[in-house]
Design a protein around this ligand. Structure first.
Ligand SMILES: *Cc1c(COP(=O)(O)O)cnc(C)c1O
Length: 374
């Protein structure tokens, strides 16, 4: 007797989740290490109290005030402006992604990404019975644009998922890549959407543009963002997208009624009022990231170029031993990415000092097993 009678393709699968261990230095989930100020906490609390007075009513299904505030916020990253009807929000950008696949994927359709890529995408494809197609990035984690466009034309996916900066590698895509793939996905009927997942967009290096700038050029382009990373609000669960208004309208067909609670909307609006403060540490984190890249290279390690708040480094013959060694020093990083590589999130200067000390110590003990160049 099979119990529970779960769908065949889900049987025996483990739920996704980074192992969360209670150690002093947690650098494994790309969280922002800086919490909100007391002023911000007080404003969120007051806004939530106000929302609580109306909790006997359903919230604004279309969350218009929040979408307007998000559109305002996004406008700083594009000279073309963003309208409220171009914005859609949900409980984390993961929910936004799922809604995109619910509306645009499904049986007989496919979603495509280029590995290494965000590990949740194939799960959303699976959950929506969307076929999953995986291309490859080059050895330096960039995209071969001719090969990538050819793959899109061959498989004609309904959704192309492009994290930029990419997780787990940190690589940002140049605007040409977005353009080439949007054109490839627009070359068949019905055309495919190209979703540029900018969860780490605010951490990109100077001179790296946001795909938001390309929205007026490509009707099939969707740019997703989140308040979880740069915005230091992972606990809030608020993600959003900017796209053609017709795409937002399509999502409204599949979203659950009142999916964004009044409490979430109030807290997110309050947090957005404190954007300068919450984003204030992004510059520090970017500088700390660049210092971490330099230091890792000085240790003779390979390090992927990073436009995010984490760094992928390696390559180790036995990465698990290095991960465990760091953990033994109270430092938790993520065992993720291509074989042999590890990912460290950027924390406070103190946390990064602890990471460096721990890694130096671990490397001194495992050098005999360390791999040379790939
Ligand atoms: C962290 C992350 C997200 C954000 O997820 P939320 O659901 O908004 O917390 C989205 N995409 C990628 C690639 C990420 O790493």
């Amino acid at each position: 007797m099979t119990f529970p009678p779960i769908r065949e393709e889900l049987r025996g699968l483990e739920p996704y989740g980074a192992p969360q261990l209670d150690v002093p230095v947690q650098l494994n989930t790309n969280e922002n290490p800086y919490g909100p100020s007391e002023a911000c906490v007080a404003d969120i609390a007051a806004s939530v109290a106000e929302a609580a007075r109306g909790l006997h009513r359903y919230p604004d299904r279309e969350h218009v005030a929040l979408r307007a505030a998000l559109a305002d916020y996004l406008a700083r990253d594009t000279p073309h402006g963003i309208g409220v009807e171009q914005v859609w929000a949900a409980n984390g950008s993961n929910e936004v992604m799922l809604q995109l696949l619910q509306a645009f994927g499904g049986p007989g359709r496919s979603a495509l990404s280029f590995a290494p890529t965000y590990s949740m995408y194939p799960e959303y494809a699976r959950d929506t019975s969307t076929e999953w197609v995986q291309g490859r990035r080059e050895d330096d984690f960039s995209l071969d644009l001719d090969a990538a466009a050819a793959l899109v034309r061959e498989h004609r996916p309904s959704v192309v998922l492009l994290p930029s900066p990419n997780n787990p590698t940190g690589t940002a895509l140049p605007p040409e890549a977005v353009t080439v793939l949007c054109e490839a996905a627009a070359s068949y009927e019905p055309q495919g959407l190209v979703v540029v997942d900018e969860a780490y967009g605010e951490f990109r290096r100077a001179g790296v543009p946001s795909a938001l700038e390309l929205l007026p050029t490509h009707r099939n382009l969707v740019v997703t963002r989140t308040m979880s990373k740069a915005f230091a609000a992972a606990g809030l669960r608020l993600g959003y997208l900017a796209a053609d208004p017709a795409i937002c309208d399509a999502i409204r067909v599949v979203r659950l009624p009142y999916h964004l609670s009044a409490v979430t909307q109030a807290a997110a609006l309050a947090a957005l009022r404190h954007a300068p403060e919450l984003l204030g540490k992004v510059d520090n984190l970017r500088a700390e990231r660049d210092r971490t890249v330099t230091w890792l290279r000085e240790q003779g390690l390979q390090v992927a170029e990073s436009d995010a708040n984490f760094v992928l480094f390696g390559a180790f013959a036995d990465r698990h031993a290095v991960w465990q060694g760091l953990l033994d020093h109270g430092v938790l990083v993520r065992e993720v990415g291509p074989p042999g590589w590890l990912r460290v999130s950027i924390g406070t200067p103190e946390e990064m000092a602890a990471f460096q000390q721990a890694l130096a110590d671990v490397l001194a003990h495992v050098t005999e097993t360390e791999e040379g160049q790939p």
